[in-house]
Design a protein around this ligand. Structure first.
Ligand code: FES
Length: 81
């Protein structure tokens, strides 16, 4: 079993731990701004359990995906702000 998977983050291939949740993987990669609020402020994960919706990113073309609820998969395409 592989211990890592490769995701494509904003067009760049990155290696993350297999089985990790996407929000924690992005934080581990140094991402701090996941999306922007209507006022333009950078937002990031708050609750980590699918409630606050602050962690929304685009995953495989699907906008507003709550990445704290998504397990990283090989070749997953992720777009943040
Ligand atoms: S961190 Fe709150 S919904 Fe994802």
């Amino acid at each position: 079993m592989n211990k890592t998977v490769r995701i494509v983050l904003n067009g760049q291939e990155r290696e993350v731990a297999a089985g990790s949740m996407l929000a924690s993987a992005l934080l581990t990669l140094g991402v701090r701004g996941f999306r922007r609020s209507v006022k333009g402020e950078l937002r990031g994960p708050l609750c980590g359990m699918g409630v606050c919706q602050e962690c929304r990113v685009t995953v495989d073309g699907r906008p507003h995906s709550k990445c704290c609820m998504i397990v990283c998969r090989d070749h997953m395409k992720v777009e943040t702000e």
